[in-house]
Each structure stands twice: as structure tokens, then as C-alpha cells.
Design a protein around this ligand. Structure first.
Ligand code: NAD
Length: 491
């Protein structure tokens, strides 16, 4: 059994319940390892350690803090292959995708290490001469970081890198599906930080997550996960004035314009919809194609998808790995069944692969004949499905793209600059990708509009989330002002 990481050491649960969480390899359905099923008492211990560590971490120089974070990134590089392998086994996606995740993660750490030592605030013009108006950026204190299983290291790093660089300490709750790489990474790469600066408590959302969210000494909750749990966190914290940073679900559209090169658009959609078996918050979940192109486009895409190789992520030949668990696959099956019941046609996939008896596999699936009455076009499917719908005008395509409660990302394929302009002006989404779906850029902000969340990660915005702002107004001479009491002497 792995241990949690609290106050700079691996520890068992303080509650001694003996309860554990089994971590399953989704490609084999075998138990990889176990972690303690933490309790609110473990959260209490971790928050206390983070609170004690906070003044030290806040007060060390920004350069020293940056150096310590660069060292953590260097240690991740040293153990790159071990971390990638463990991540592949517990999360399921193919090795190249996990190498990319690890690479993005340690680069994010280096990026924020530098950003944190460049900014302390600003000086704004004062209302009068002989004064200084300082706008100071200060850390909040203890940040609670709650992350999902689909990119467990990357999404964690988007939180802890800026939070630590900003001078906060953190308590992390990984997903119960993927806690192993997080624990290993922290003991390998972060054990040189002062004890209590980084803490990891494993356990169920309803026990550990809930306790972290409502803890009075946790000032910020940085959460990535489903919109339902995000709403629950918002309700639980409504009376507590905590800073909430919520990265939630999506139902991203991909619009193909009538000038789009067929082959490139097909390749782009296969990648955007099927990377990590479609389990990306910004996965392409709905495709809109000009009606005149629909038949040929759908057939070409179905042929392309049918050539992808399904298998365990750890196998070098694998293009698409398993889904993360049985419940996630069951949701995909329910969405496909609902679509077919309402008249959709499955061009390829639509079933568990007959050749893979073990593992949570589902064949990449292309559907046509879909409309917005179907669950697969309205609810987050989070699986390897590509429903394609025709449109008549570009205005209609934009209206369809916006016909959702979500607003995380949106993709367009075109070389028509007028269409690009209309798309990014009119589509309500936090990220717009033109001809290059799902690319990340540490220097640019990422996050959702509408029900996809509050706040932004990455870029300057991503560190601003972990600072509170203080305005210091300083009159240097400090003489008596003529607008002070008594008023009658001024008339
Ligand atoms: P989830 O909401 O079920 O769980 C996310 C985390 O919240 C887990 O660690 C879980 O244990 C914890 N949790 C559960 N109940 C809790 C509670 N009551 N209080 C506090 N924490 C609790 O999501 P998931 O299934 O792990 O991940 C998939 C979801 O995440 C999808 O909806 C996806 O769109 C979303 N996601 C969003 C982004 C983004 O950046 N917007 C990125 C990746 C994933």
C-alpha cells in the first residue's frame, strides 16, 4: 500500500480504519496497488501542516522559491520514464500521450517558477503629490487542490505550480481512480521543499474532498472535475467567502467550414475526439459539417477511425487505450443507445471490441443522423464518440455550436479569415482553436464560460488566481489634511 504525503513524509491514515482504495489498471482490470481511504481527520492533519508551513514559504525570497520549484521540475525530468510508466498503467492512455502530459507538467512548473519571481504587484498614480499607491499581490494561505483522473499530473500542476510560486501552501486530493503517480511524483520531486508546503491526502470525494472544501483554514479551492461536483462545492462554500476556482465539464463543438481540406479536417477531428479515448474536458464531442459534404466526410472519417489500433496504453502499437472505468464506459453506451433509439446511424464502432475480453475498452465510434434532442449532442459523453451533424449556413453552424449550457472550448477548420473572425467573436467558449485543435500554451489562459467554470488556469491569469490584492495608500509626509474635522473651519 502507498502512503499519503503529509508534512514532508509518507504517512498512513491517522484514523486507522484499515480501509483502502484499490487502484485498477483499466487495460487489465487488475489491482495495481492500494492507497489509504483518508478521512476528515487526515485532512485536518494536512491542513494544519500546510498552515504552519505557510509563513516560512511566504517569506523565503522569490528567487529561492523559484530555485526550489526548478529543482522539482529537474527531479521530474530525472524520473520521467518511471512516472510515465506508472501514469500509463493507472490512467490507461497510450505512452506518447503520457509523455506529453509529463512534459507539459514539468514545463508548467518551470514557467511558474519564473513568473512567480517577476511579479510582486505594481505602483499606480497617487491622488496627490508626496504619496505612494502600492498594489501588492499576496498569497492567500492554504490552497485545497482537487483534481480528476483524466490528466492527473498536468491538471494538478496547473494548480500547484502557480499556487506555490505565488507563495501559498497546498493540500492536494487526487482522484481515487489515479492517486499513484501523484504520490510517487511528490515523494520523488517535492521532498526537498520545507515540510508541509505540499501535502497529499488520498480518499473519496465525499469524505476527503468535502472536508477539504469546508475547512475554515483553506482559503482557496482550486477544483477540476465535473460540473455536478463543482456545483456541490459552490453550494457547500456559499456562506464561507472562499475563493473558488472551478474548471468543469464541456461539450465542445468542432465546425468544419465549406472550404476546409477534407483530409486535414478528418485527421484533426479524429485526434480531437479520440485522444485519451475521448476523456478530455475539451474533447471534440459534436461535429458540424456543411450538409453538401456530410456523406463523404462521415465515410472518410469512419474509414480513418476504423484503422486506429485499440489496446493497453503500455503497448507501443496502441493508438487508443481503454476508458478509465466501467461507469464511464456505461455512460458512453447509454448515450450511443439513446442516439440509435432516436434514429442515429452508427458508421463504425458502437460496441466493446470483441477481441479484448478484459479492460474497459470501447471502440471509437462515428455516428450520423444525430440532432440536438439526443443525449450524445447535449450531455458530456466523455468517451470515444464522434457524432456528426449537417448544417446549411455558417450562421446555423455558430448557433448550433452555442446551443449548449457549456462553454469550455470550440474548434473550427477553415482558411477563410471572415469565418474565423465571426467564429471567435460569436462562439461562447473559453478557448477557440482554429485549424489546430486542443493545443496547450502555458503562456495563454485556459478555462470555461457558462457552466464550464469560473476562473482561468495558465498564463498570467493562472497565477493571479492564487494572489489576493492589497492596496497600500501611503502619504509620506503625513501632514494634517484640510478635509478632516471639523468641517465648519473650511466654510
Ligand atoms: P469528478 O467531478 O467526479 O471528480 C473530480 C474530483 O472531485 C475527484 O478528485 C473526486 O474525488 C472529487 N470529488 C468528488 N466528490 C466531491 C465532493 N463532494 N467534494 C469535493 N471533491 C469531490 O470528475 P472526474 O470523473 O474525476 O473527471 C471528469 C470530469 O472532469 C469531466 O466532467 C471533465 O469535463 C472534467 N474536467 C474538466 C477539465 C477542465 O479543465 N475544465 C479538465 C479535465 C476534466
Amino acid at each position: 500500500m502507498r502512503k499519503m504525503w503529509i508534512d514532508g513524509a509518507g504517512v498512513d491514515s491517522v484514523s486507522d480504519t484499515g480501509q483502502v482504495i484499490e487502484v485498477i489498471d483499466p487495460a487489465t482490470e487488475e489491482v495495481l496497488d492500494t492507497v489509504p481511504a483518508g478521512t476528515p481527520q487526515d485532512v485536518e492533519r494536512a491542513v494544519a501542516a500546510a498552515r504552519v508551513a505557510f509563513p516560512t514559504w511566504q517569506q523565503i525570497t522569490a528567487v529561492e522559491r523559484a530555485n526550489l520549484l526548478h529543482q522539482a521540475a529537474a527531479r521530474m525530468r530525472e524520473h520521467f520514464d518511471e512516472l510515465v510508466r506508472l501514469l500509463t498503467l493507472e490512467e490507461g492512455k497510450p505512452v506518447p500521450e503520457n509523455e506529453e502530459e509529463m512534459d507539459w507538467s514539468l514545463n508548467t512548473l518551470d514557467y511558474y517558477a519564473e513568473l512567480g519571481r517577476h511579479i510582486r504587484g505594481s505602483v499606480v498614480p497617487s491622488p496627490d503629490v508626496g504619496q505612494l499607491s502600492l498594489v501588492l499581490k499576496e498569497p492567500y494561505g492554504v490552497v485545497g487542490c482537487i483534481v480528476p483522473w483524466n490528466y492527473p499530473i498536468l491538471l494538478l500542476m496547473w494548480k500547484i505550480a502557480p499556487a506555490l510560486a505565488a507563495g501559498n501552501t497546498v493540500v492536494v486530493k487526487p482522484s481515487s481512480v489515479t492517486p499513484l503517480t501523484t504520490l510517487r511524483m511528490v515523494e520523488l520531486a517535492f521532498d526537498h521543499l520545507p515540510p508541509g508546503v505540499v501535502n497529499v491526502v488520498t480518499g473519496r470525494g465525499g469524505a476527503v474532498g468535502d472536508a477539504l472544501v469546508v475547512h475554515p483554514d483553506v482559503s482557496v479551492i482550486a477544483f477540476t472535475g465535473s460540473t455536478g461536483v463543482g456545483q456541490r462545492i459552490a453550494r457547500a462554500t456559499a456562506g464561507r467567502m472562499k475563493k473558488l476556482h472551478l474548471e468543469l465539464g464541456g461539450k465542445d463543438p468542432f465546425v468544419v467550414a465549406d472550404d476546409a481540406p477534407l483530409d486535414a479536417a478528418v485527421e484533426a477531428i479524429a485526434y480531437a475526439a479520440l485522444i485519451n479515448a475521448g476523456q478530455v474536458c475539451t474533447s471534440t464531442e459534436r461535429v458540424y459539417v456543411p450538409r453538401a459534404m456530410l456523406g463523404q466526410f462521415a465515410e472518410t472519417l469512419a474509414q480513418r477511425v476504423s484503422r486506429l489500433r485499440l489496446g493497453p496504453g503500455i503497448e507501443p502499437t496502441t493508438d487508443v487505450g481503454p476508458m478509465a472505468g466501467e461507469s464511464y464506459r456505461a455512460k458512453v453506451e447509454a448515450h450511443v443507445a439513446d442516439a440509435v433509439d432516436r434514429g442515429a446511424r452508427v458508421l463504425v464502432g458502437g460496441r466493446r471490441p470483441p477481441g479484448l475480453a478484459r479492460g474497459f475498452f470501447y471502440e471509437p465510434t462515428v455516428l450520423t443522423g444525430v440532432d440536438h434532442s439526443m443525449r450524445i449532442m447535449r450531455e458530456e459523453t466523455f468517451g470515444p464518440t464522434i457524432p456528426i451533424m449537417g448544417y446549411d449556413t455558417f450562421d446555423e453552424a455558430i448557433a448550433l455550436a452555442n446551443d449548449t449550457e457549456y462553454g469550455l472550448g470550440a474548434c473550427l477548420y477553415t482558411h477563410d479569415a471572415r469565418k474565423v473572425h465571426r467564429f471567435y467573436e460569436q462562439v461562447q467558449a473559453g478557448t477557440i482553436w482554429i485549424n489546430d485543435p486542443l493545443t496547450d500554451n502555458y503562456a495563454g489562459p485556459f478555462g470555461g464560460m457558462k457552466m464550464s467554470g469560473l476562473g482561468r488556469e495558465l498564463g498570467l491569469e493562472g497565477i493571479e488566481e492564487f494572489w489576493q490584492t492589497k492596496h497600500v495608500h501611503w502619504d509620506i509626509e503625513g501632514g494634517i489634511k484640510d478635509w478632516w474635522y471639523p468641517y465648519r473651519e473650511h466654510v
